[in-house]
Write a protein that binds this ligand. Structure first.
Ligand SMILES: Nc1ncnc2c1ncn2[C@@H]1O[C@H](COP(=O)(O)OP(=O)(O)O)[C@@H](O)[C@H]1O
Ligand SMILES: [Mg+2]
Length: 256
């Protein structure tokens, strides 16, 4: 880490004793644990085009959620925007992603229990009344299709313009919008003390279609009936159809 960045971080955290690059990295960023005298922080840095935009959106979400007690996310401490990259400082949370927890789990019973807790956590989240900050942002799917178009036209995603046309003409019939995470894979929820209890990577958190979260939540274990059943033991509000799952997971998600 260069000296000027270190100084800017220390303005937020106080004197840094050491930093560690985490074993578990994401897809769009570099994550480090920053230790000060009495605690530690998570430093998330992004260096490329759309990932920098997402990092800034994540900072906005975390900042607006400061002090809220209903949505479980890390605490926001600061955003440092530099020429070559942006750096988000948040609380370090002692846990691991659900993806990591599932691969470390010692038994099928433990894996199912983790997945059930994920279902329950997402159920409670979707059941909340949208808080003021997330209200009135227009039609979520319309907005996502516009973003998808931009990424596809600029070669910034896997999805093709042909797929996009299909998604535009064949939309699923609307359901009640809820608060959503917006990238709700097993990578982006954290397990603490054996249960899923924290969202991370929250750039896409807004009011939108809960079926998107649900589809991304189950995509990793879609072909394991017992795991899917465990998820729906916890998530009882709705079950996506195969067609809805495909629209969101094999369709829309290709653009993000
Ligand atoms: N607040 C946090 N506290 C502790 N670890 C975190 C925190 N945020 C992220 N991580 C770790 O960093 C990894 C990548 O974070 P994530 O925000 O998902 O990055 P990306 O956007 O690159 O996918 C996560 O899997 C998790 O292990
Ligand atoms: Mg992530």
């Amino acid at each position: 880490m260069n000296h000027s960045l270190k100084v800017k971080i220390e303005e937020v955290t106080g004197c840094i004793h050491k930093t560690n690059v985490l074993d578990e990295q994401g897809w769009t960023s570099e994550v480090r644990r920053v230790y000060t005298g009495d605690r530690s922080y998570l430093l998330k840095s992004s260096y490329k085009g759309k990932y920098r935009t997402w990092l800034k959106e994540e900072a906005q979400v975390l900042k607006k959620l400061t002090g809220n007690t209903v949505i479980s996310v890390p605490e926001y401490y600061g955003l440092i925007e530099e020429k070559d990259g942006d750096h988000l400082i948040m609380s370090f949370e002692d846990g691991m992603s659900l993806t990591a927890a599932l691969s470390k789990a010692a038994s099928e019973t433990e894996r199912k229990s983790l997945i059930r807790s994920f279902g329950r956590f997402l159920h409670e989240f979707h059941d909340q009344e949208p808080i003021d900050f997330f209200r009135s942002e227009g039609d979520w799917l319309e907005g996502q299709l516009l973003k998808a178009q931009h990424y596809a036209e600029n070669g910034q995603c896997d999805g093709s313009l042909t797929l996009l046309e299909n998604l535009k003409t064949d939309r699923p019939s609307p359901v009640k919008q809820t608060i959503i995470h917006g990238d709700c894979t097993t990578d982006n929820v954290m397990v603490i003390d054996g249960v899923v209890q924290l969202f991370i990577d929250v750039a896409g958190m807004t009011v939108g279609d809960p079926r998107y979260d649900e589809s991304l939540a189950i995509r990793k274990f879609m072909n394991n009936t017992e795991y899917v059943t465990a998820f729906y033991d916890g998530y009882t509000r709705y079950k996506v159809t195969k067609k809805e799952f495909q629209y969101f997971d094999e369709g829309l998600y290709e653009f993000f």
